[in-house]
Design a protein around this ligand. Sequence first.
Ligand SMILES: NC(=O)C1=CN([C@@H]2O[C@H](COP(=O)(O)OP(=O)(O)OC[C@H]3O[C@@H](n4cnc5c(N)ncnc54)[C@H](O)[C@@H]3O)[C@@H](O)[C@H]2O)C=CC1
Ligand SMILES: CC(=O)C(=O)O
Ligand SMILES: [Mg+2]
Length: 607
Amino acid sequence: MWRVARFAASNVRSSSQRRLFSAPVIPGACIVHKRGADILHDPWFNKDTGFPLTERDRLGLRGLLPPRVISFEQQYDRFMESYRSLEKNTQGQPYSVVSLAKWRILNRLHDRNEILYYRALIDNIKDFAPIIYTPTVGLVCQNYSGLFRRPRGMYFSAKDKGEMMSMIYNWPGQQVDMIVLTDGSRILGLGDLGVQGIGIPIGKLDMYVAAAGINPQRILPVMLDVGTNNQKLLEDPLYLGLRQPRLEGEEYLSIVDEFMEAVHTRWPKAIVQFEDFQMKWAFETLLRYRKRFCMFNDDVQGTAGVALAGLLGTVRAQGRPLSDFVNQKIVVVGAGSAGLGVLNMTIQALSRMSGNNEIAAKNQCYLLDKDGLITKERKNLDPAAAPFAKDIKDAEGLKEGASLLEVVKKLKPHVLLGLSGVGGIFNEQVLRAMRESDSPKPAIFSMSNPTMNAECNAADAFKHAGPNIVFASGSPFENVDLGNGKVGHVNQANNMYLFPGIGLGTLLSGSHFITDGMLQAAAECLASYMTDEEIQKGILYPSIDSIRHITAEVGAAVVRAAVEEDLAEGHGEVGSRELKHMSKEETVAYVTHNMWFPVYSPLVHEK
Ligand SMILES: NC(=O)C1=CN([C@@H]2O[C@H](COP(=O)(O)OP(=O)(O)OC[C@H]3O[C@@H](n4cnc5c(N)ncnc54)[C@H](O)[C@@H]3O)[C@@H](O)[C@H]2O)C=CC1
Ligand SMILES: CC(=O)C(=O)O
Ligand SMILES: [Mg+2]
């Protein structure tokens, strides 16, 4: 059962209290095995002009830097000034020019000085997330081969078969906690981008550092390059990946198997997040590895929890008790890894709430793909979508393959949720039809990324579907001015609100697996986070400014779920017994205490 009491408990926190949250600072000394110029060229240790004179002496840096020592705060201000002047100078230029220029300046800092980079990212997450994450990261992936200056992360290709166990030891970090892995086959809604998809693990891991406080020396973005079926890339002379069609079947799986074994051998406790795999491999690898390794699929499982939290929020926004969730008619558009993940978790929740009545739960939900409404009459029905296909007798007179417009007109759904990757399919007619929804506050979730692939934009949603809707999108949009001082609030329904907490909580619990119970606890925590006052205004998710706070809470919920399932073996000095005896507040404090925060720490040289 969903623990409804938690929703009431959430009301005691105000947004200002959340903003006051601050992470613990003061890390100890940091051991380096290099000296002199090698340190200046290592972004993990480099402090630029910030090295104190004594440290310059100790590390053989004296004379390699201009004499004046600049404080961290001055360095920070200098960077932000140059960022703001770039913003000013590029005003009015096309989106792609401006955002790529912003990405370049951030990327240069990332390559040079990670402490300063991550501090700037954490302090300006609202401005910078759209650059290092969706939508700009999509543009960066599309242009990756041209933008490439330095490698980041690791690249395992089909040509490395048999070598991965030794290759994994080429990574310079001693310990890795968090890996984000892609094969580049479905990058956001942009399709197969081959090796260029490495931008996604990099962006996701930046969010891990910023939101979850994972130490950047312990993260590893990985590209599994098994070829690409993108003809344009195969013909591009600058393309940096393998110029061959994608491996399929056993050949493909043997590459992923070898990588997973290699990772597990070197870092048995590392957590692997699978990201942006095309649907067939997303499901197959999840099934194959989730009981053997500590892994999850973000698109299937992370997205599901975020969507479910939003759907529960829409019930509260209607002024209804949560138990009314069982009466919501939900239309999901897109039957891929994300859409099916969402539907699966939603049906589980509906079913629990209606006394384990899965049939009643399924009756509330409708699924469409590129060929329209999916029913049991569908020829060549995808086995993954089959459990959600409508029995034609329960389809309210709708036919197999009915169009989106027909479905919306007939059903008058409470929720219209897009995960199709197709920009603009919630067109004017569809949105107007949502005015007839049976809900006083219909929900429109346009969750596909990046911005161009969103099913509709925020302004159109409020304009055509009316001012009463609650709106969420996968990529950020500005709030909409509805006139007369009213604001149409735009929520960002993105898995970034869960995956950092899922990874962090799993790490700190010491669990070897990520179970449905841990994922459900993460989703419940997010769902209960918003106050009734916020929800009434149509605000379903926290502001990205408080992502570190929500991540600590989600992380703690995941730890506690692992403890409940007797999977928590502890982390570092904290053993399973201590975890068992922690109260909820103590667990949050434990998680918060373990979040890394960027400050310069004294460097100590060791041979
Ligand atoms: N907001 C978030 O947190 C997340 C958003 N996404 C976004 O969701 C989108 C889909 O991702 P996946 O499910 O992994 O992709 P996928 O390729 O596995 O599935 C896409 C689905 O959309 C369907 N589709 C295509 N054209 C359609 C149309 N005209 N009408 C209805 N359905 C149509 C396809 O038949 C397929 O079932 C991507 O744009 C991705 O960026 C994915 C994960 C998280
Ligand atoms: C957000 C995300 O994971 C996606 O669009 O694929
Ligand atoms: Mg993804």
